[in-house]
Design a binder for this molecule. Structure first.
Ligand SMILES: *Cc1c(COP(=O)(O)O)cnc(C)c1O
Length: 495
């Protein structure tokens, strides 16, 4: 099999093995790791249609993580996608509203982040062994709400690791905060910051880039890594479910082998939809990738004008995991559409740092033809929750509703009738206040009572992840200013 190596989006140093890139998280120059070439699927889609999720996961991931042995990779997959999911199929497809909702929220924290974060700790500890890394791995993560909990659920009590999560104190849902503050595991720490997600993410990036701190930590036996979607160990497992969804539609006779499928993805940091882009580049027959934004519509503007401009008001919405003005993973797409030019990418990222904006060339815009962009206002998002419920008695969460609304408008504007899969990224129970409000129900109730009412309305049981919150004690209570985050890291490590 062809060896796939990884290099930075910002410079042309010697490429490294996948396991090394997973351990490092971010390249030393601040760039993101990208594959030097994108491998093609080497099993037919009809063959893949006969496999279960774990089987498809192996066939896809083996192509990107070529320095993992079959035994290692299959071991990681078996540990990640099993009884920790509440459904045998791992990611069921639900037909509603003229599309297929790919339910990516059946893992332990009921959001799609579990798809990657249930496997990342196994990929990381395997990578550490392969590279004879004997330092304790310190995972530092900024979260807009879902990543933090999912990362902690994955890493809790994993030997040789510690995990620290920063979240915007006033920027996550009540259930999300409760899920994080009750996190178990002697190796976990949660800190609320006075600021928004971008503040948290920027500070984490700065801490990663602090070479003096890195050296001091190394001396004391610690090595940083990242569980944010900038890590290729998160990106690669996300490619799997696009291939899987396609093969389920094939298996059910909705499409024939080779037919195109559109994917609609509610987008924040651009990780989820970038995985769909890689799936397409690996040969999955994709029509359009519809990038759905909430009112923080930086990406919509980028796709329609070719200019990325974060100089705007940051808006808190009912889909907080998409309240992001710097979509980190877009850098990888920029790199690919620039003809894999680290020089061009680095220059644009410098513009972003210095001016908060950059514009791509007409030629680069040509590389975006797979994408369509759309956005949903708060009213439209609530409207989509109501519409899908009234039409098909199916309750969706606000993130998924952003995608449902954008798809509805996309279909009306373009007449594109290609079968569409909507990435359903969170359980409605995670955002029950907004959901109940949208449905015209009382929403000003204690979290768990609201969950019971939503359960009745939706006709689905309260997920176990919510049920446990009824009795789980709060274990974390630190809040700090963003300029004190590094001090908190030092305190956590005892250095
Ligand atoms: C993280 C998240 C998103 C955004 O995904 P990106 O990979 O950051 O684009 C959308 N919905 C939910 C529920 C999420 O947790």
């Amino acid at each position: 099999m062809k060896e796939i190596l990884y290099k930075s989006t910002r410079s042309d140093g010697a490429p490294i093995l996948a396991s090394r890139a997973i351990l490092m998280g971010l390249a030393e120059d601040g760039g993101l790791f990208v594959p030097t070439q994108i491998p093609a699927l080497d099993r037919s889609l009809s063959d893949l249609a006969k496999m279960d999720y774990r089987g498809v996961a192996y066939e896809v991931m083996k192509l990107m993580l070529t320095d993992f042995t079959e035994e290692e990779l299959k071991g990681c997959i078996a540990n990640a996608y099993g009884s920790n999911f509440d459904t045998e199929s791992i990611v069921p497809l639900h037909r509603a509203d003229g599309a297929y909702f790919l339910e990516l929220f059946h893992g332990p924290t009921i959001a799609f982040k579990d798809m990657a974060l249930q496997i990342l700790p196994h990929l990381m500890t395997t990578s550490a062994k392969k590279n004879h890394e004997d330092k304790e791995i310190v995972i530092l993560t900024a979260t807009s709400g879902d990543t933090g909990k999912a990362a902690m659920a994955g890493f809790a009590d994993v030997e040789g690791t510690r995990i620290m999560v920063f979240y915007p104190k006033d920027g996550v849902s009540s259930i999300q905060e409760r899920q994080m503050l009750t996190q178990k595991g002697g190796n976990t720490r949660v800190v609320g910051i006075r600021g928004n997600f971008d503040d948290a993410q920027n500070a984490v990036k700065e801490i990663f880039g602090d070479s003096a701190l890195r050296a001091e930590m190394a001396q004391k036996g610690f090595a940083f890594s990242s569980a944010n979607s900038i890590n290729i160990g998160r990106l690669v497992p996300q490619i799997v479910y696009y291939v899987f969804a396609y093969t389920r539609l094939l298996k059910e006779g909705v499409i024939s082998d080779g037919d195109k499928v559109n994917f609609v993805v509610p987008t924040g940091n651009f990780g989820n939809i970038l995985a769909a882009y890689y799936a397409a580049k690996m040969g999955l027959p994709v029509g359009k990738l519809v990038c759905a934004s909430n009112s923080n519509k930086v990406l919509y503007d980028f796709f329609t004008t070719g200019t990325y401009d974060k100089n705007r008001e940051f808006i808190l919405t009912s889909s907080p995991s998409m309240d992001i003005l710097i979509s980190s993973n877009l850098e990888r797409l920029i790199y690919h559409i620039s003809g894999n030019s680290a020089e061009k990418t680095a220059a644009l990222m410098q513009d972003l740092r210095e001016k908060g904006a950059y514009a791509i060339t007409e030629e680069m815009r040509g590389g975006l033809d797979l994408f369509a962009g759309g956005y949903a206002t708060e009213e439209e998002t609530a409207g989509a929750i109501r519409r899908v419920y009234e039409k098909d008695s199916y309750v969706i969460d606000p993130h998924t509703a952003v995608a449902a609304d954008v798809y509805d408008k996309y279909r009306a504007q373009t007449g594109d009738g290609t079968p569409a899969v909507i990435a359903s990224t969170a359980s409605p129970f995670k955002f029950e206040n907004s959901v109940m409000q949208a449905l015209g129900e009382p929403s000003d109730l204690p979290d768990l009572e609201l969950a019971d009412r939503l359960s009745e309305k939706a006709g689905v049981p309260v997920p176990e992840a919510v049920n446990v919150l009824r009795t789980a004690p709060v274990r974390h209570n630190i809040v700090c200013d963003r300029d004190k985050m590094k001090d908190e890291v030092r305190r956590f490590l005892g250095i």
